[in-house]
Design a protein around this ligand. Structure first.
Ligand code: FES
Ligand SMILES: [Fe+2]
Length: 376
């Protein structure tokens, strides 16, 4: 059991928000793409996005496109969507099923699902040409609790090492066996960091989320991960509230073998740099964030339920989905307003309150990752 720290125990005295260029400068954005999104493990969704052999999807990360697939041995593999002949992007669609091979549409070079080049028309007469020298560029894939991750680094930190603070932490939530019931994509005119900072505090919950604040008092709960790339904690459901739903009632059977205290809590974790994980007694929600520029982020939000919920007429998953769709939109709107204000010539860094200690911690993680000076 983790030692729970009171939010107020974390020293952030004097912490200020980041200077404006962190939200507006193409140079800073380029550094973030290179030193964060090309270096860290990124969540690309659930394993059941590709449930059958040959299934694939393409994930864009900045200018890159990565093909993630399930091969004939049920092994997950990922490749740059770049033909080894003349570099053409191979897959134009966002997802599909390969019938055994991957073929470039330009000159029909053909690759196995293991990435090997197995067909290259009219290359036999080429001297010194050996197909085995020209496999697709592979990208490492990892899985954790039913989620898929990829890493674009030349020498990625081993996933198990990077994920050590989270491994085993949520076992009781039965995450690998939950089913995606709904996914909603959002296109938000805000820098990706504002969305992370916003998720990391409930100082804004009273003014921005009146319905949420009625279910879980904004000052309830404690943080239990306060250092490093993964931060978060829990909030406590009011007496009479069973979950975060429009009705306040449960919208599913418990997702796992939960302790009594879990039945009264909602856990929120910011998983640097692109995942937000929210665990409720009866469903789990996760977001993945995909920066598109200094002032735009695509967000995918999915809701996971225990399979038994789907056949139980007593429950309506939509009660939870709609609650968070409403709450998400409140968050995205206020983050868009922040982006607009921060872009003003009048903006200067402001003081974080003690209730925003995890937002300040997130900023420090960004600065550390960029190799920029981290204020004390
Ligand atoms: S560029 Fe792909 S086959 Fe020529
Ligand atoms: Fe919020």
């Amino acid at each position: 059991m983790a030692t729970f720290l009171k939010t107020t125990d974390i020293s952030i005295d004097g912490a200020r928000t980041l200077p404006g260029e962190y939200y507006t400068s193409p140079e800073v954005y380029a550094q973030e793409m290179e030193r964060i999104f090309t270096q860290r493990w990124l969540c690309v969704g659930r394993e059941d996005r590709i449930p059958s052999q040959g299934d694939w999807f393409a994930q864009e990360i900045g200018k890159e496109s990565i093909i993630v697939l399930r091969d004939r041995d049920d092994v997950y593999r990922a490749y740059y969507n770049v033909c080894r002949h003349r570099g053409t992007r191979i897959c134009e669609e966002h997802s599909g099923r390969f019938a055994g091979t991957i073929q470039c549409p330009y000159h029909a070079w053909t690759y196995g699902l293991d990435g090997r080049l197995i067909g290259a028309p009219s290359t036999r007469e080429l001297e010194h040409f050996d197909k085995s020298d020209w496999p697709l560029h592979a990208v490492p894939v990892a899985t954790w609790e039913g989620f898929l991750f990829i890493n674009l680094a030349d020498e990625p930190e081993p996933f198990d090492q990077a994920w050590a603070p989270l491994v085993g932490r949520f076992s009781r939530f039965n995450l690998p066996n939950l089913t995606v019931v709904r996914t909603i994509e959002y296109d938000v005119k805000s820098n990706w960091k504002l969305l992370f900072q916003n998720y990391s505090e409930c100082y804004h919950c009273g003014p921005v989320h009146p319905a949420l604040a009625r279910l879980t008092p904004p000052t309830s709960g404690e943080n239990d991960l306060t250092e490093g790339p993964f931060t978060g904690g829990y909030m406590v459901l009011n007496r009479g509230a069973e979950s975060m739903t429009l009705s306040g009632q449960s919208c599913g059977v418990p997702v796992g073998d939960l302790a009594d205290e879990d039945m009264n809590r909602v856990y929120y974790y910011a998983v640097f740099p692109n995942m937000l994980l929210s665990l409720h007694p009866d469903y789990v929600m996760f977001h993945t964030l995909w920066p598109q520029g200094t002032d735009r982020t695509l967000i995918s939000c999915s809701w996971l339920f225990h399979p038994a919920t789907l056949h139980d007429p007593d429950f309506d998953p939509d009660d939870g989905v709609q609650f968070w769709d409403m709450t998400n939109k409140q968050d995205w709107h206020i983050c868009e307003q922040s982006q607009l204000g921060i872009a003003s010539r009048a903006y200067t860094p402001g003081p974080y309150s003690k209730r925003e200690s995890l937002s300040a911690q997130f900023d420090r993680e960004v600065l550390r990752s960029l190799g920029h000076r981290v204020p004390k």
